[in-house]
Every structure is written in structure tokens, then in C-alpha cells.
Design a binder for this molecule. Structure first.
Ligand SMILES: *[C@@H]1O[C@H](CO)[C@@H](O)[C@H](O)[C@H]1NC(C)=O
Ligand SMILES: *[C@@H]1O[C@H](CO)[C@@H](O)[C@H](O)[C@H]1NC(C)=O
Ligand SMILES: *[C@@H]1O[C@H](CO)[C@@H](O)[C@H](O)[C@H]1NC(C)=O
Length: 438
């Protein structure tokens, strides 16, 4: 009796001992993950890098905040021993709201297999979409304690879509695809949250510099930036809205938009209300109108009447500050001589633009660093562009207006947290400490 239990005890010890290295590795559960984000100087696209495949290769990807999933070029140089196409009618296939089940009439390779589930990868920069097979492969990225990157973790069967090489046209040179952070079950935030059982939250902090990286966190805070400021403690919250009609270039009927919409109720310039057709500010049954946040538009795009109202007020307010208007420089219509404009920590002293959200106290304030673009030494332009009449979405808040602001997206509670300009807090999105402590 005693002998038997001793043997059993020894046996369990041995088993634990033998399996402990791999057990330890598997049982490490990160609370959050972190990836760098670079700003590409020639396209103004925001790029990240995620290791994928076996053996691992770094894949450079354009960050697409409202993109539905990760898609990569599988036609050129996709070599991986762990690539698995997702079969028709499988559980993974139903996760992605796939629009088809396909065969491929050439030699099998990644992106070309029979009986696979299909989706429509979308180049949201050029608005070109095509069909592609759904697949799974390993991705690898760094965990974080919110202050530094830590141990590398793997997601062995990360779901993504394969695209043909031509879909890369219009993207920064060297990229392999787009990283969709949209609100779908196979968007990056949901897949990482599911893989490591953390909250479906992520945060984006875009750098204004093309030489210093910003950062994306998957999971909850802290989000700590040098000199030690945890930005998760200084967020203002506003509801996220679901647009009932997809805004993708191609999509299955009935699919809601994966993009992030917020409720701008009014706009003020230098605290003066701008008179707007408020019907344009909400999303109608056809999915038209409203305000979304985009990382693929370099500048905010305003529907024509909103653009005119905002810029007219801005021009008047600038004139009252003795700022001299000069000719527009494409794509900008509203430009000024920089001679009468002074610099401050939050950028050039120009009229402030406030997006008023659910009530008068919840305001997204846009100061000079986020509103103005220096097109040359003598000219500063208002970095907003005219979206013409009848655009799908009335206000698209673009990259320049997002920079040096931390944005936290909470998919479970449908809530956006935003920090206000980090420049006012003596930090910046480029201040995450990327020195690994693994
Ligand atoms: C798919 O099946 C068809 C018909 O059986 C065959 O001709 C084709 O080569 C197969 N394609 C792949 C990629 O296996
Ligand atoms: C603008 O210039 C005028 C005339 O030079 C001056 O009287 C006024 O005080 C200036 N206003 C501001 C806001 O600097
Ligand atoms: C960045 O983190 C590393 C590791 O904790 C630390 O040694 C280094 O001092 C940090 N850098 C700064 C500028 O604080």
C-alpha cells in the first residue's frame, strides 16, 4: 500500500520534472501584448511588424484600424511548414463570416487549396478587394507588462486571409499585407484576447515622427510611457457605435461595419460653435453619415458642407489672431503664412478645433500639433481635407489628428478611451520603452 503510493508519488514527480520546461512555457499567460508602429515617410501609412510562419519571418503590415482581419500576400514567398488552409464548414470558417467555399485550379500552395473557406481581403487604401482563402499559421509577438516588452509568445493557429500579390499595390514598399484591428471575431484584437484570455481591449498610440516608433497594445493597461506616465489612468470615455452596414469594399450581405464610429455632436473652433447640418453627424439606416476613426486616411476628411463651415470659422478666427492666409497647397485648401504663428509644446498657436462628443463636457481637443501640416518653411496648412458631397461617412478622423494621443478601444463595452494630446503631458507616443526585459 505504502509502496504503491510511493511509486505513484515518484512517478508523478518524474512526469512533472520531465514536462516542466514545456509546461512552464505553455503556462505563461501574458496580460498584454505589444507591437511597434512606424510612420512611413512616403505614403504616411502606419506600419507594424509581426513574426509569422515556420520558420518565423517578420511580416511588415499596414495598420488598418477598421480592417476586418489580417491579410497577407501568399502568392510570393510564402513558405511555412505550419500553414493550414481553413476547411469549408469548419468552426474557424464560421468565425470569420466567410462568404464562400472555394476550389483552386492550379498546383496547391498557400492561398490555393481545394475545399477552403473564402473571404474578401480589402486594400482599404485603394479600395480594391478580391477573394482569398482563409488560413491559419503561427504568429509570434512580445508580451508586455505595460512598461517594457517581455517574453515572446506564440499564437499557433492565428486565422488570416491569403491575398494575391497585386492587392499590395498602393501600400508602402516592402509590406506583406494589412493588419486589421476591426471589431470582428477574427480581427487581431479579438484573436489575441481569445488566445490569452484577456479583455477584448487594445490601445493605439501613433507617433508623429517617421523616425521614432509609436505602439499598439493588445489587452488592458497599464500603458506606461517615459518618464513613467501610465496613460490608462488619464482617459476620457465615449461610446463606440456600430454602423449596421459594412464599410468594406466587398462584404457578405448584412454584415455590419468592423470600423470604429464615435458620436461627434458638434464642432467648435476657438470655442465658437460651428453651424452644421446635424443630420450628417448620425449614421442612418443605410449606414451613411457619422464619424469614424481611420489609420488609413492620413488627414481628417470632412463632408463638403462640414468642411466649409469648419474652415470658414477657422479662417475668421485665424484672421482675428493676425494670421495671414496664403494660397492652398494640395491636398489642403486652407493654408497660412507661418510668420505670425508661434510654436508651443502642443504645436503652432492656431485656433483650436474641438469635437464635442456625448455632452458639452466630453471634448476631443485638437491643437496645432494635430491640426497643422508644415508644407514648407513658410507655409502651414490646416490638415483637413474636403470629402465632397455625399460621402459614405461624414467625418473620418485621420492619422495626423490621432498622433500623440492614446486611444483605447474596448470591444466588450463598446467604449473608446482617449487621452488628449500627450504633448501637453510631456510625453509622446514615441516614448514607449522598447527595451525588452524578457
Ligand atoms: C482541386 O480539385 C480539382 C478537381 O478535382 C483539381 O483539378 C485541382 O488540381 C485541385 N486543386 C488543388 C489546389 O488541389
Ligand atoms: C493684430 O494686429 C493689429 C494691428 O497691427 C493689432 O492692433 C492687434 O492687437 C493684433 N491682434 C492680435 C490678436 O495680435
Ligand atoms: C528602458 O527600460 C530598461 C529596462 O527596464 C531600462 O534599463 C532603461 O533605463 C529604460 N530606459 C529609460 C530611458 O528609462
Amino acid at each position: 500500500m505504502a509502496m504503491a503510493s510511493l511509486q505513484f508519488f515518484l512517478f508523478t514527480c518524474l512526469l512533472l520534472y520531465i514536462s516542466s520546461p514545456s509546461l512552464a512555457q505553455q503556462s505563461f499567460r501574458p496580460k498584454a501584448l505589444v507591437i511597434p508602429v512606424a510612420k512611413d515617410a512616403s505614403t504616411l501609412q502606419y506600419l507594424t511588424t509581426i513574426d509569422q510562419r515556420t520558420p518565423l519571418v517578420p511580416a511588415d503590415l499596414v495598420v488598418d484600424l477598421g480592417g476586418r482581419f489580417l491579410w497577407v500576400d501568399c502568392e510570393r514567398d510564402y513558405v511555412s511548414s505550419t500553414y493550414r488552409p481553413v476547411r469549408c464548414r469548419s468552426a474557424q470558417c464560421s468565425l470569420d463570416g466567410a462568404d464562400g467555399c472555394g476550389d483552386c485550379f492550379s498546383a496547391p500552395r498557400p492561398g490555393c487549396n481545394n475545399n477552403t473557406c473564402g473571404v474578401t481581403p480589402d486594400n482599404s487604401v485603394t479600395h480594391v478587394a478580391t477573394s482569398g482563402e482563409v488560413a491559419q499559421d503561427v504568429v509570434s509577438l512580445q508580451s508586455t507588462n505595460g512598461r517594457n516588452p517581455g517574453r515572446v509568445v506564440n499564437v499557433p493557429r492565428f486565422i488570416f486571409a491569403c491575398a494575391p500579390t497585386f492587392l499590395l499595390q498602393g501600400l508602402a514598399s516592402g509590406v506583406a499585407g494589412m493588419a486589421g484591428l476591426g471589431r470582428t471575431r477574427i480581427g487581431l484584437p479579438s484573436q489575441f484576447a481569445a488566445a490569452f484570455s484577456f479583455r477584448r481591449k487594445f490601445a493605439v498610440c501613433l507617433s508623429s515622427s517617421t523616425s521614432a516608433n509609436g505602439v499598439i497594445f493588445f489587452g488592458d493597461g497599464p500603458y506606461t510611457f517615459l518618464p513613467g506616465i501610465d496613460l490608462s489612468q488619464s482617459l476620457t470615455f465615449t461610446p463606440l457605435f456600430i454602423n449596421p452596414v459594412s464599410t468594406a469594399s466587398a462584404f457578405p450581405m448584412g454584415e455590419p461595419s468592423a470600423e470604429y464610429f464615435i458620436g461627434v455632436k458638434s464642432i467648435k473652433v476657438n470655442e465658437k460653435p460651428v453651424s452644421l447640418n446635424t443630420a450628417l453627424l448620425s449614421i442612418n439606416n443605410q449606414g451613411v453619415g457619422g464619424t469614424k476613426i481611420s489609420t488609413v486616411n492620413p488627414y481628417t476628411v470632412l463632408e463638403a458642407s462640414i468642411f466649409k463651415a469648419v474652415t470658414d470659422t477657422f479662417i475668421n478666427e485665424a484672421a482675428a489672431m493676425n494670421i495671414t492666409r496664403v494660397a492652398g497647397v494640395a491636398p489642403f485648401e486652407v493654408c497660412f503664412s507661418s510668420s505670425n504663428i508661434f510654436g508651443t509644446r502642443v504645436g503652432p498657436t492656431v485656433p483650436s478645433i474641438n469635437l464635442v462628443l456625448q455632452n458639452q463636457d466630453v471634448v476631443w481637443r485638437i491643437f496645432g500639433a494635430n491640426s497643422m501640416v508644415a508644407v514648407n518653411r513658410d507655409v502651414l496648412c490646416l490638415g483637413f481635407v474636403n470629402g465632397g458631397s455625399n460621402p459614405r461617412t461624414s467625418i473620418v478622423i485621420g492619422g495626423q489628428q490621432l498622433e500623440n494621443t492614446l486611444l483605447q478601444f474596448d470591444l466588450a463595452t463598446s467604449r473608446l478611451g482617449f487621452s488628449g494630446t500627450l504633448l501637453g503631458m510631456r510625453t509622446a507616443c514615441a516614448n514607449f520603452n522598447f527595451t525588452s526585459i524578457a
